[in-house]
Design a protein around this ligand. Structure first.
Ligand SMILES: Nc1ccn([C@@H]2O[C@H](COP(=O)(O)O)[C@@H](O)[C@H]2O)c(=O)n1
Ligand SMILES: C[C@@]1(CO)OP(=O)(O)OP(=O)(O)OC[C@H]1O
Length: 163
């Protein structure tokens, strides 16, 4: 069994959809980035890559590559899950938190979990997403951007039956 951790931050910007957890969250601002800037999917991607010692999403999907301009982060996450499986691991569970003063995310979290589980091809019960403010402290608290952290466990596919 191996563990992985991911962390990501994106700054708010005008004129973009706010994509979090693979869904569009209605809000007056979006997040800036080379891709669709889905801060939660990036943190989960980094956690999974960390669990198999494969660096981070910047290594696999460079922000200097036009191929990833406005990329759908669900596609990137799917590629990461395929890499985990190619290395002989199955995803046991993913836990995560989105750190945002606004917008309120609780209503959207069940759909985010469904989308993430679908992209990773695991059961929705293996995915958890949480949200927190920072009580108006720091860059998230001032509404300058959104941060996200994720953690995951993966296990060797051929060990699964022993657990
Ligand atoms: N962007 C957010 C932040 C938080 N929530 C929900 O509110 C609860 C309380 O947040 P605190 O920061 O005061 O602990 C939290 O547990 C989330 O359920 C949210 O929906 N969207
Ligand atoms: C995902 C990538 C790839 O387009 O671009 P961004 O959307 O800027 O996101 P970041 O979290 O900086 O991660 C790495 C990038 O390579």
């Amino acid at each position: 069994m191996r563990i992985g951790h991911g962390f990501d931050v994106h700054q708010f910007t005008e004129g973009r959809d706010l994509m979090i957890g693979g869904i569009r969250v209605p809000y007056e601002l979006g997040l800036a980035g080379h891709s669709d800037a889905d801060v939660l999917l990036h943190a989960i991607s980094d956690a999974l890559l960390g669990s198999i010692a494969e660096g981070d999403i910047g290594k696999h999907f460079p922000d200097t590559d036009e191929e990833y301009k406005d990329a759908d982060s669900k596609v990137l996450l799917k590629e990461v899950a395929a890499l985990v499986r190619a290395k002989g691991y199955e995803i046991s569970n993913v836990d995560s938190v989105v750190i945002a003063q606004k917008p309120k995310l609780a209503h959207y979290i069940p759909e985010m979990c469904r989308v993430i589980a679908n992209v990773l091809d695991i059961d929705v019960g293996q995915v958890n997403v949480k949200a927190t403010t920072t009580e108006k402290l720091g860059f998230t608290g001032r509404g300058e951007g959104i941060a996200s952290e994720a953690i995951c466990l993966v296990e060797k596919a051929d060990n699964k039956s022993l657990l």
